[in-house]
Design a protein around this ligand. Structure first.
Ligand SMILES: C[S@@+](CC[C@H](N)C(=O)[O-])C[C@H]1O[C@@H](n2cnc3c(N)ncnc32)[C@H](O)[C@@H]1O
Length: 435
């Protein structure tokens, strides 16, 4: 995109204005101004949308500011004086309005326009406030409001483990391949295609990377994209979920519906913040607080203030020890000799799942259960294989939904453990351990 962000935003604002979407236009002009506060045209345009929204004082202030930014621009002065007299008249400042109108005419403004504003009937039409209301986002399951970490998502009803909290289609997505910079052209071109109201939503999102044109070559669009993107695309409401290293919800991409979906990992009470983990699998459950801090700083550039990261003393030590142990168990599972160490794999799975529960980490037990199912099936212990496959299936249904492909995969093994990889290779051993 060769157009600077402020200019692109102004063009989208003009587009919205033409469609009489004055709230959207107004918000976009404000964004353009926040990026380029010295451009008098952005301010003068916002004055016009403020007039349309009957924000008389704001319109007057905008014009005054535009005139001071470009005192020698005759066309701008003409337009500005007319708009300000309109605002002043609506405010009841007849004297100020008259002075502006006289100055408008003195600078070559059309008498007819001045007369229209002076004529009470024509002026009424100009001054009638518009019946436009801002877009309100209603949701019965949760609300987005201020949290200790910017905005966050809070439950307005109770949820139980396995409840789907929310599903959303991305505003846009770009191909996953390539590094940070390789994705920029696709991101910028997607932003350029957004409708004005979608651009307002996009610009409302948090920008933690604060990239400006002169910094690392990026810009505000790139910063917002990388602060919020999830695997699957850039979603608006989904971007409001804060991170926790002890999340009570989990997001997953549901390819069939093309939606990002959020499921409750634990019971969630009314008023509780709903959080997800930005770090995946062992990176979050298998790392100590200091290691997670480093990963979050490197990957997301913020200092995590979640419940697990704010532990101290003995509680922190215990949490770190549980996570270290769970990580060791995760790594060891794939290294065990499948013939002679199957017993150990099942024991490790039981131990790891218990550790996660003790830690309050309510995701990913399916990973260990799947391995246990495969080893039991390998040794022809069909009853235990079924138990573990069902365990994995139940947890996947709760975390992704029964219609997710990962859940369906484990249902295949639960229905018939003989379909597990290398099923029936050995026989004679039983694995009675259960969680
Ligand atoms: C995808 S946004 C989440 C919503 C964001 N809080 C907002 O206001 O829109 C990610 C940003 O939220 C903040 N954040 C999320 N989780 C956090 C946590 N556990 N601790 C501190 N800040 C967090 C960080 O600024 C991060 O860059």
């Amino acid at each position: 995109m060769s157009v600077p962000p402020a200019e692109l935003i102004k063009r989208k604002a003009n587009e919205a204005f033409k469609k009489r979407d004055y709230h959207v236009a107004n918000t976009l002009y404000s964004h353009a101004m926040s990026l380029d506060g010295d451009n008098p045209l952005y301010v003068l345009n916002r004055a016009m949308s403020n007039l349309k929204l009957a924000n008389w004082q704001e319109a007057e202030n905008d014009v005054t500011r535009a005139l001071s930014l470009s005192p020698n621009d005759a066309t701008l002065a003409q337009k500005g004086l007319f708009r300000r007299s309109w605002a002043r008249k609506a405010k009841g400042d007849q004297e100020g309005a008259r002075e502006d109108l006289e100055a408008f005419v003195a600078r070559g403004g059309k008498q007819a326009d001045a007369a229209a504003l002076a004529d009470p009937v024509a002026a009424d039409a100009l001054l009638a406030p518009l019946a436009v209301s801002p877009n309100a986002q209603a949701n019965e399951a949760f609300e987005v409001k201020d949290s200790g970490s910017g905005k966050g998502v809070f439950a307005v009803r109770t949820f139980h483990r396995g409840d789907m909290i929310f599903a959303e289609e991305p505003l846009f997505s770009v191909p996953e391949y390539g590094d940070f910079r390789a994705k920029w052209p696709a991101i910028l071109s997607a932003v350029e295609k957004l409708s004005p109201s979608d651009l307002v939503q996009f610009l409302s999102l948090h920008n933690n990377l604060l990239l400006h044109d002169d910094l690392r070559g990026g810009n505000i669009f790139i910063g917002i994209y990388f602060t919020n993107v999830l695997p699957g695309g850039l979603c608006i409401t989904s971007s409001r979920f804060n991170h926790s290293c002890l999340p009570n919800a989990r997001y997953s991409w549901h390819a069939e519906s093309g939606q990002m979906r959020f499921f409750a990992l634990t019971d969630i009470a009314v008023g509780e913040e709903i959080s997800v983990s930005y770090l995946i699998s062992k990176k979050v459950f298998g790392n100590t607080r200091d290691e997670r801090r480093r990963l979050i700083r490197e990957g997301f550039d913020f200092a995590c203030s979640c419940a697990a990261c704010t532990l101290d003393g003995a509680a922190l030590k215990a949490s770190d020890a549980r996570r270290r142990k769970a990580f060791t168990l995760w790594e060891a599972m794939v290294q065990h000799d499948p013939i002679n160490q199957a017993q150990r794999v099942v024991n490790d799975a039981v131990q790891a799942i218990r550790l996660l529960k003790e830690e309050g980490y309510a995701a990913l037990a399916d990973h260990f259960a799947c391995d246990a199912a495969a080893f039991c099936a390998m040794h022809s212990d069909w009853e235990s294989a079924k138990y573990w496959a069902k365990y994995a299936y139940d947890n996947r249904c709760a975390e992704f939904g029964a219609d997710h492909e990962d859940s369906r995969d484990s249902k295949v093994f639960w229905d018939d453990p003989r379909k597990c990889p290398q099923a029936g290779m050995c026989s004679g051993q039983k694995f009675p351990q259960r969680v």
